[in-house]
Design a protein around this ligand. Structure first.
Ligand SMILES: NC(=O)c1ccc[n+]([C@@H]2O[C@H](COP(=O)([O-])OP(=O)(O)OC[C@H]3O[C@@H](n4cnc5c(N)ncnc54)[C@H](O)[C@@H]3O)[C@@H](O)[C@H]2O)c1
Length: 314
């Protein structure tokens, strides 16, 4: 069909940019925009500012928080930190040696506690523990996949022309079983309760070595890099259910996990840390608490390093 004279004039003669500029006087159509994207509603007027809620505590009061590996180290510190905020803590650990002491410490700190002996690498143990939490408190709001182990060995240690030792399959399986499969099993068991509750927060223990690699830790590094991959995958899958998913990558934190290492190794780890000290379990616990809070409500699918700067390299 032939074009009209007017059409060809528009096409053939380039118009100066100023002639097609949007008139400055038109107010933005906020009502229409807010319908499509609620966050675009006019928020910063004085009236709205007056009605904003003041910052509160972290918002964990009454929330049901499952923490794996809660009997020691970072897990224990995290359980106590959430308890201080009034959370109901489902403390899971393979070892129940300190269970009653942990329960009273959590209650003393201001929370409620339900300890369960759970092996995170065992699907049945995990499924029944999750069902028991839901039966007791009716929901699960926050999951902290903290349980983890190390079994270090070089892939192949070479000596005098032949291998002196290798990383055994058992060593590989043990670490992958707890640190990677365990995170998978626990998250799979808990997610349906979060979907039913209308949302939740999943936080998992990665490690700075999952980002950098580490000598003698093929199994551990693989497990932590896997946790980071699962975190990003679950962020994509679970965001639509209002479940936020993030990982935390601690550096060198002073717990039982590192206490058994030779003094020389510990000194070298501090020397590699730009802040010049080991982290405390509370440093990591505070990060979990903040990530679980509504203050972190737009943080999703990421890895937060808590490492005194190790990840920037030396
Ligand atoms: N300490 C560090 O420097 C450091 C650094 C990076 C990452 N992390 C990670 O942080 C997490 C906590 O580390 P930590 O230093 O507090 O360790 P930790 O050894 O002090 O405590 C780990 C807890 O997990 C429990 N656990 C072990 N296997 C389990 C299983 N199969 N089921 C249930 N519970 C089990 C243990 O009984 C223990 O109570 C781990 O995932 C670890 O890999 C620690």
């Amino acid at each position: 069909m032939p074009r009209s004279e007017q059409d060809s004039a528009v096409v053939d003669v380039p118009q100066p940019v100023t002639e097609i500029a949007i008139p400055q006087t038109s107010p933005p159509n906020t009502a229409v925009r807010a319908e499509v994207i609620p966050e675009l509603a006019p928020m910063d007027t004085p009236e709205v500012r007056e009605t904003r809620r003041p910052a509160r505590e972290s918002g964990q009061r009454g929330r049901v928080v499952v923490i794996t590996g809660a009997a020691a180290g970072i897990g224990r510190a995290t359980a106590l930190r959430f308890a201080e905020e009034g959370a109901r803590v489902a403390a899971w650990d393979v070892s129940d040696k300190t269970a009653s002491q942990l329960e009273s410490a959590i209650k003393w700190a201001g929370g409620d506690c339900h300890f369960q002996a759970v092996d995170v690498a065992n699907a049945k143990s995990v499924e029944s523990a999750a069902a028991a939490v839901a039966a007791k408190w009716g929901r699960i709001d926050v999951l902290i996949n903290n349980a983890g182990i190390v079994r270090d060995a070089q892939l192949v240690k070479w000596n005098g022309g032949s291998p002196a030792s290798i990383m055994s399959e058992e060593t590989w399986d043990a670490v992958i079983g707890v640190n990677l499969k365990g995170v998978f099993l626990v998250t799979r068991a808990v997610v349906p309760y979060m979907i039913k509750a209308g949302g939740g927060v999943i936080l998992s223990a990665a490690s700075v070595v999952g980002l950098l690699g580490n000598f003698g830790q093929t199994n551990y590094v693989a497990s932590k890099a896997g946790v980071i991959g699962m975190t990003r995958t679950w962020a994509r899958e679970l965001g639509k259910y209002k479940i936020r998913v993030n990982a935390v990558a601690p550096g060198f934190i002073a717990t039982d996990m590192v206490r058994s290492m030779p003094a020389k190794v510990l000194e070298a780890m501090v020397a590699r840390t730009p802040l010049g000290r080991a982290g405390t379990p509370e440093d990591v616990a505070n990060t979990y608490l903040w990530l679980a809070s509504d203050q972190a409500s737009f943080i999703h699918g990421t890895v937060i390093s808590v490492d005194g700067g190790v990840v920037i390299g030396t």
